[in-house]
Write a protein that binds this ligand. Structure first.
Ligand SMILES: Nc1ncnc2c1ncn2[C@@H]1O[C@H](COP(=O)(O)OP(=O)(O)O)[C@@H](O)[C@H]1O
Ligand SMILES: [Mg+2]
Length: 367
């Protein structure tokens, strides 16, 4: 294909030079999805298509008769574009690379390919093409591959850690009476609590990394939320915060794995309660829970008036093991996100520092 371009280009350039415009080739080159520039053996620009003018943000015909050097100092060319052209020149013509990739100021990726040599009769052909889509696919494939590997590796490490932990726990329990005699029972307590915490993390990780088969059943959202709120009321009482379940206007049914869905809502409510700071003033921590229909889906919202999140936290919220808590696992939201996606839904978040956070779970409704 490239050869055809090149032959076409040469032909087009010759016709251009000789004044006979071959409209077929011209048309093809003008409507190609890449920017094209052809320099002749004297380094003078002999052809440039519309796309290329667009990429350089120049008016049509502004460049006829230019050399590359003229181009680099062209009055209408932005400083950013000049710098970019210079680096393309350095990477391709100077260093002799056939292709060069770069990202522009808007985060778009581009690839420049340069063809020259005998076959090109001393001409230099520059083809610039946007490759953002390919890059995205490439990066996602790379990340997925890495994540899959990392997942397998960490699951086997987690499994291996569990056995020695069980042994340590057993021996500490055997030693406990002796420690008690020495007045060091506190140490045993701390060790046991820490081992239990490590076990909890491993358990949460192993169950979350195993693809469990969803046990799907139909449940009204109101029932689901009432049951979860019931589970959290004693915790809320201890924390001194209020949980308010908003009344429902109509019956909204969803088809979900009830256990998994309860885990998700519980995770988010617990996070909300944990985000409520302990203060001496009049402030009362509140968690509001409710649901409403939005077209063919239901939106379950869980809002709090807690400490909120900054941009950095929001950015990494759903990353596995991301936590800002001393005793956190950082798995709650990454698991929840996966569960909701598996159900064909999504989780969105709005948050303001010192004002609060609102999580919205959207799920398809049963008609
Ligand atoms: N309602 C919330 N308000 C403020 N920060 C939150 C809220 N929910 C989650 N976060 C932030 O997201 C992080 C990750 O949450 P999660 O995945 O549940 O892990 P963990 O609760 O173990 O830290 C938390 O450490 C916290 O910084
Ligand atoms: Mg959590």
């Amino acid at each position: 294909m490239l050869r055809e371009y090149q032959e076409g280009l040469l032909l087009s350039a010759r016709s251009f030079q000789s004044g006979i415009l071959d409209t077929t080739y011209e048309n093809v080159l003008e409507h190609i999805d890449s920017g094209i520039m052809l320099f002749d053996e004297e380094g003078v620009l002999s052809f440039i298509n519309n796309q290329m003018y667009g990429i350089l943000e120049l008016k049509r015909h502004a460049l006829v008769g230019c050399t590359f050097l003229n181009l680099l100092t062209h009055i209408q060319l932005s400083r950013f574009r000049k710098r970019r052209l210079l680096s393309i020149y350095r990477e391709t013509v100077y260093k002799g690379k056939q292709s060069h990739e770069f990202a522009d100021e808007f985060g778009r990726y581009w690839r420049v390919t340069v063809s020259s040599g005998e076959k090109m009769n001393g001409h230099y052909l520059f083809v610039i093409k946007e490759i953002s889509d390919y890059k995205l696919i490439e990066q996602t494939a790379y990340q997925n591959d890495n994540l899959a590997m990392l997942g397998k590796l960490s699951a086997s490490i987690a499994h291996e850690i569990r056995n020695p932990l069980t042994a340590i726990r057993g021996f500490i329990q055997l030693l406990r009476p002796h420690l008690h005699q020495l007045g060091k029972d506190e140490y045993a307590k701390i060790i046991l609590a820490e081992i239990d915490r490590a076990n909890d993390i491993i358990h949460e990780f192993l169950t979350s990394s195993k693809p469990s088969v969803p046990q799907v059943g139909v449940i009204p959202v109101s029932v689901l939320l009432k049951e979860v709120v019931l589970l959290t009321e004693s915790e809320a009482l201890m924390k001194g915060c209020e949980i308010h379940l908003h009344p429902f206007s109509d019956e909204l049914n969803i088809s979900v794995d009830v256990k998994q869905m309860k885990q998700v809502i519980l995770n988010i409510i617990r996070n909300a309660m944990e985000a409520i700071p302990e203060r001496d003033d009049e402030y009362i921590g509140k968690v509001e829970i409710g649901a409403r229909r939005n077209g063919a889906e239901v939106r379950i919202f869980i809002s709090d008036n807690g400490k909120g999140m900054d941009i950095c936290t929001l950015d990494r919220l759903f990353d596995p093991f991301f936590t800002t808590k001393e005793n956190g696992t950082g798995l709650g939201l990454s698991v929840s996100d996966r569960i909701i996606k598996n159900h064909g839904g999504c989780i969105t978040v709005n948050s303001r520092v010192n004002e609060g956070t609102s999580f919205i779970i959207s799920l398809p409704l049963i008609q």
